[in-house]
Design a binder for this molecule. Structure first.
Ligand code: CO
Length: 285
């Protein structure tokens, strides 16, 4: 018997100012770490007013995590100390393992209309916190979409839906990342790994989850599921679009300061000492 995952909690994302003054909605942050392992952070930036995002995220370090940037509409320009430089456009994904350390900048460009993007932080296990940095650019055309029936569309960024595999592979933490769109009054069922942390983040419309009509959620809500084998979502009258993300928990201590996430305070202190001394980024050879 497959167990349908119930809803553990639903909460609203919180208005937050990040980077050089970007106004965004934070759905997952330090207070949720215990419930969301291996996920650390989920930011939703969307606005029709460039003044809300144009200041961007100038040069800053990361160590100990992977960052996943998904642009729904708009353009984010980036550059990093690995020599990567380019733009993430509408529908594109950037998946970056900071490992032992990178410096980068992430600068949204002015966009006419509603720009929207997400950044998810996935923790790295102690065994991989000091791995060499890794970077992957995934273009919209490389992200397969899958439609199990009329009115249900799934973009598979990472993981697998009935044989359709996402382009982001070889992740350190086993994770699945789907972008699910349901037309009005549709039901979507999806098998997930038992024991994994699974959440949905709504960014359009509303719906109910796990067959529980009382547990409704709407755009800017995060739905954290209980354990089980299957997620069930049903859209409301206006349809719904949400990210569905699953990952295997690390169950390791988390020491977190700003853009750096390690296991101990000593490792954090070392990271910041290296940053100020200019020895943070370690090149091979
Ligand atoms: Co960053």
């Amino acid at each position: 018997m497959k167990v349908i995952r119930g809803v553990n909690k639903i909460w609203r994302s919180r208005p937050t100012v990040e980077g050089a003054g970007v106004r965004l909605q934070r759905a997952i942050g330090p207070t949720e770490v215990r419930d969301l392992d291996p996920f650390l952070l989920l930011d939703d930036f969307h606005s029709e007013d460039p003044a809300d995002y144009i200041a961007g995220f100038p040069w800053h370090p990361h160590r100990g995590i992977e960052t996943v940037t998904y642009v729904i509409r708009g353009t984010v320009q980036h550059g990093d100390t690995m020599g990567n430089k380019g733009t993430i456009g509408s529908g594109d994904i950037q998946w970056m393992a900071a490992g032992r350390g990178i410096l980068h900048e992430e600068m949204p460009r002015e966009y006419t209309g509603m720009m929207q993007g997400f950044q998810l932080w996935v923790n790295l296990p102690a065994s991989h916190k000091m791995m060499g940095p890794r970077y992957r650019d995934v273009r919209k055309e490389q992200i397969p979409s899958f439609s199990p029936s009329k009115g249900i569309d799934i973009q598979v960024v990472a993981g697998k839906v009935t044989g359709t595999k996402g382009p982001v592979k070889d992740l350190v933490v086993e994770a699945e990342y789907l972008d699910v769109t349901l037309a009005p009054d549709k039901q979507f069922k999806h098998e997930v790994t038992r024991g994994n942390t699974v959440f949905g983040y709504l960014f359009k419309g509303d719906g109910s989850f796990s067959g529980d009509k009382d547990r409704r959620a709407r755009a800017e809500d995060l739905v954290l599921f209980k354990d089980g084998d299957e997620v069930v979502a049903r859209s409301g009258k206006a349809g719904v679009r949400f990210l569905l993300v699953s990952g295997r928990p690390l169950n390791e201590p988390v020491a977190w300061r700003g853009p750096i996430v390690m296991n101990t305070e000593e490792e954090l202190d070392l990271a910041f000492r290296e940053y100020w001394a200019g020895t943070f980024v370690k090149h091979d050879a």
